[in-house]
Design a protein around this ligand. Sequence first.
Ligand SMILES: [Zn+2]
Length: 426
Amino acid sequence: MSSSQDKQSKWDSVRRYKLNKMINKLGNISGHGTELVTVYIPPRRPIYDIISQLKNEAGTASNIKSDLTRTHVQDALSRTIEYLKLYKEPPDNGLVIFCGAIPTGKGIGTEKIEIYSVVPPKPIQINLYRCDDHFWIDHLKDMMKDDKVIGILSLDTQEAGLGILTGDRWEVVESLTSGVAGKHRQGGQSARRFERLRDNELNEYYHRVADYAKKIFIDEYDVKGIIVGGPGPTKDGFLKEEYLDYRLQNNVIAVLDSSYSGSEGVREIIDKVNEQGIMADYRLMEEKKIIKNFIGEVYTGKGLGIYGIFEVIDALKNGYADLVLVTDDITFIRLEIKCNKCQHIQEKFIDRNELVYTKQDLISNPCPNCAGQDLESIEQDIIEYLEEISIMVGSRLEVISGKTEEGAQLASLGKIGAILRFKPVK
Ligand SMILES: [Zn+2]
């Protein structure tokens, strides 16, 4: 569809990483009492409506017997109300808010009110308010399930069906017939002439199928890949002759045999896709492709495939990284030491287990610029840092699962790598 959507989809793996990280963090919090507030706000619910509901809840909360819990609940609610006043209306996909007194580890009564808001990857379908001893993250987890759109094309020489499949929904969008005669000619026609006519008709029909595929799979649904099926060898010939738009031709996820073609064939293929878990494997296949390209670049000797944290960050900052790959279990973090006197910044990329030592070491030494003693340290998730820089310089960033075989290949190269736009002159 639009180019902005194109751009966005490239950030999928990063957004997914950040959201998963936040969900894990929220899921591990347990309140001192029944005092953690969760609110799911669907896209079209008026903000004033939800605010008045929360004001009611605050009124009810005045009956809570425990002083500490009552204060915590009321603080969480008023903080949430203040936050909601920043919105005229909910974002397109709605909004989830988690707010409550988070234990600090220093004992009862030292909890701090914190608020987290999330715009989920797809529209919220429920209205939910909960005050509990934990945050209600399950609905958000459900919304994180993959909802990439996949195109299904089922064809033989007689008919073709085009359908789309997302995480939890599918439909047949179009079906067409070829009008091409069967293989056996009528009496009176010469065999050669019959064959030639039939080939022409088939050729015209395959172009028609390809036109529909472009219209539906690219213009209307912007699919991430297609699955092609049908009885017999027609589908293979169709793919081999490259009738399809190159964007679809290059994104064939699977080719499956089916007994039917047309819309019945689409149904049959979707059953097979579900049985064989093809959708679940799809991100894995994407990652395979990305890693394969990267490893290829590393070993061609052209110098465009690089790895290692310092090399990659250097390339990224200097604007010659096209694509940065990082595994989601990378243990590096960015440590920033800032001088409060002259604002001088020291930046270190270190392994998590060196953090305490390195931080103490840097903070206990004077500022290298002004010799001031007032230094402050900030720790930043390395993937969030890579994202910031990537956006600034216009590079792409892909977060790869560290648990897979592909992830292991990247792990053996330091869990981070990049493909460069060009080889820098040194
Ligand atoms: Zn300084």
